[in-house]
Design a protein around this ligand. Structure first.
Ligand code: NAD
Length: 373
């Protein structure tokens, strides 16, 4: 059982899909590990540390030759993974809805592509969930990015020269990233409020010492879709939410938006008029910018200034903490493969519940129900 660890090729992708720690653990299971030279460099993991953990280092072609499992962070170009064993698994974040041609490319290449972001949200798969591990870091980093762009302090400070008031931070979307953003902003001393479409988040917001901002008594607000994710809201709800948020947002110094709906463009939460209502020097961080953006005017990969308000649209925010993001991503992959490791077969064998959920391609075809519609 040969496991290949690729060096990421996408611009700005600094993460790596295995660390020396997980290499060692895979070897303990009986696997052989081949790591593409330089794979961990951008995340501060040296080739020498992989070698010390027992991996062989080599070119991409050497790494891939005869591989049974390919590990990557971002979806590799299907043309760049030739040489693996027929039917080899590719386990990575494959962004399945974004690029159907790429998924077809994996089918054509005879690879069994496993989309880690399709991991079902069930208790036994929590430790395998890359969306949670990466969102957690992104929520934290979003607040630090906001603080770095903000020309004022976060905590209230009483000084001999006068008082500095606490920053007002509003978090929109209270999933994994939003909860971590609330906690981080609170730790920095901000006055924090938050909103979501799932009413279950109200208590979570209060338990972190923040103020919930919620639309009440409007049809279509339940908001809980399949698997704990948000569903799409009714037009009535959207209108009521926009009005409530408009009043609140004009008084905020920092807004962090994290709202996503799987398989659809991110919901638009902040209009240009709402951006214009904020005072100059305010900062908005749009964590959904790569999914179409929650904020009108946000640009992926840029920090833009509109009427003195900075809109931060960094891509791959978890990847901006490449070492920790890689460590957690790698453990998610290890937890996944080791949970299914069949000692006799000397390889992982997936069960139906998880296999069917994450498998995109098999035997030259796209097989995933969510992609086939
Ligand atoms: P997500 O990244 O899909 O979305 C972020 C948040 O945006 C969600 O809370 C969502 O409700 C919210 N949102 C969507 N549309 C919105 C709108 N129009 N206005 C305001 N907010 C909006 O969410 P997530 O971080 O993946 O978490 C979703 C839920 O799944 C959470 O309850 C989380 O605890 C749960 N979860 C469970 C598991 C598990 O059991 N294995 C793993 C991870 C997350």
């Amino acid at each position: 059982m040969k496991i290949a660890v690729l060096k990421e090729q996408a611009t700005g992708e600094n993460r790596v899909a295995a660390t020396p720690e997980t290499v060692k653990k895979f070897i303990a299971l009986g696997a052989t590990l081949a790591v593409e030279a330089g794979a961990g460099e951008a995340a501060s993991f040296a080739d020498a540390d992989y070698a010390a953990a027992g991996a062989t280092l080599g070119s991409r072609a050497e790494t891939l030759t005869g591989a049974d499992i390919i590990l990557a962070v971002s979806s590799p170009d299907p043309a760049s993974i030739g040489g693996a064993a027929p039917g080899a698994w590719l386990a990575a974040s494959l962004n399945p809805f974004a690029d159907p041609a790429r998924i077809q490319g994996y089918a054509d290449a005879g690879v069994e592509a496993l989309a880690m972001e399709f991991m079902p949200r069930i208790t036994r798969a929590q430790s395998m969930d890359i969306l949670s591990s990466q969102s957690n870091l992104a929520g934290y980093k979003a607040v630090l990015d906001a603080a770095a762009e903000y020309g004022r302090a976060f905590p209230m400070m009483m000084t001999a020269a006068g008082t500095v008031s606490a920053a007002r931070v509003f978090v929109m979307g209270v999933g994994v990233a939003g909860l971590q953003a609330i906690a981080t902003a609170r730790r920095l001393g901000a006055q924090v409020s938050a909103t979501d479409v799932r009413s279950a988040t109200k208590e979570q917001i209060m338990s972190l010492g923040a103020k919930p901002i919620f639309v009440e008594n409007v049809k279509g607000i339940e908001g809980e879709g399949a698997g704990g994710y948000a569903g799409e809201m009714s037009p009535e709800y959207q209108a009521a939410q926009a009005e409530l948020v408009s009043g609140h947002i004009a008084k905020q110094d920092i807004v962090i938006t994290t709202a996503l709906i799987p398989g659809r463009p991110a919901p638009r939460l902040i209009s240009a008029a709402q951006v214009a209502s904020m005072r100059p020097g305010s900062v908005i961080v749009d964590l959904a910018v790569e999914a179409g953006g929650n904020v009108e005017g946000a640009v992926a990969g840029e920090v833009v200034t509109v009427n003195g308000v900075k809109i931060v649209g960094h891509r791959n925010v978890a990847g901006r903490l490449a070492a920790d993001a890689s460590a957690l991503f790698s453990r998610n992959l290890f937890n996944f493969l080791s949970a299914f490791w069949d000692k006799e077969a000397g390889k992982p064998v997936l069960d139906e519940e998880i296999g069917d959920a994450i498998r995109l391609t098999k035997d030259g075809k796209i097989v995933n129900a969510r992609l086939l519609g």
